[in-house]
Design a protein around this ligand. Structure first.
Ligand SMILES: [Zn+2]
Length: 281
């Protein structure tokens, strides 16, 4: 059984209302008619792919000025409902809009302390906010560090349209990790096209993790493998980016293309051990 740390609980109807997400479907060359229609579809897929748990990621752009993101927000209460209906197999990370100031911190506290959320997701490009923005981000990072819950940051390029990738460069997270040494940080998509920078940030900051989501294992650049097999073996996480990449598709590809190249014990760490430590579960 494995733990998928990067799942969007999106349905086709939700995706169709969002121009930037539809552009991502084009980026991933997806057949829109095969997108999930409910979160039941996700749970069925998890059973089939032998995924025991998945982190579902929130998103909030209600205070972001970019008009393309006006339908992007998913309420944390909706994620909580989805999680509850899954009998806790779907582990929610909150979405808050860093542009909302004190209201963002209040909502994050409510999500973690009252609703039982296990982390925060930040898509810096969707919110047009740098992760090392002291005024907008430090209060959120400080709270998560204190509460012992991780932040998963989108890093690197994005399939989402109508936003800028400059906000998601992995180098910004070095500053965050240095400022908040006990904060657990996940750099999604291993920061591609800057995987070397992302891995360098992880090497000097022991609480920084990287997920492999959004990539079929066979296409993951060869330069990543020595780190996954070696000095960063405790830091890589299995993630799909569902529904952009499907769990069975990822895991089948992994079995044939990547697993044979891994040292003993590394697959277990990647597929679940490291995620358990991340979630302190
Ligand atoms: Zn994603």
């Amino acid at each position: 059984m494995s733990i998928d740390v990067h799942v969007h609980p999106w349905t086709r109807a939700f995706m169709k209302k969002n121009g930037p997400i539809m552009k991502a479907c084009g980026f991933f060359k997806l057949d829109v008619s095969k997108l999930p229609t409910s979160t039941e579809d996700l749970l069925e897929e998890m059973d089939e792919a032998k995924v025991s748990k998945a982190i579902i990621l929130g998103q909030d752009a209600h205070a972001t000025r970019n008009p393309h993101f006006k339908n992007y927000t998913m309420k944390n209460d909706a994620l909580r409902e989805i999680s509850r209906n899954s009998r806790d197999r779907l582990v929610p990370f909150a979405g808050v809009d860093p542009n909302a100031g004190e209201a963002a911190l209040r909502e994050l506290k409510r999500a973690v302390n009252e609703l039982g959320f296990k982390g925060l997701k930040v898509h810096s490009s969707a919110n047009s906010v740098y992760p090392n923005d002291r005024r907008k981000m430090d209060p959120l990072c400080g709270f998560c560090e204190e509460a012992g819950v991780p932040i998963l940051f989108h890093t690197g390029t994005t399939g989402l349209g109508d936003c800028d990738i400059k906000f998601s460069k992995p180098e910004h997270l070095d500053e965050v990790a240095q400022r908040f040494p006990d904060l657990k940080i996940v750099m999604a998509h291993f920061g591609w096209p800057w995987p070397d920078v992302a891995m360098a940030v992880a090497l000097r900051n022991p609480n920084v993790y990287l997920d492999l989501s959004g990539w079929r294992p066979r296409y993951i650049p060869a330069g990543v493998l020595p780190y996954l097999n070696g000095i960063l073996k405790d830091r890589f996480l299995f993630g799909t980016d569902y529904p952009m990449m499907r769990q069975k598709e990822w895991l089948d590809d992994f079995e044939s293309s990547m697993k044979p190249r891994l040292r003993p014990g590394v697959a277990e760490k990647l597929l679940r051990g490291n995620a358990r430590r991340l979630l302190s579960a």
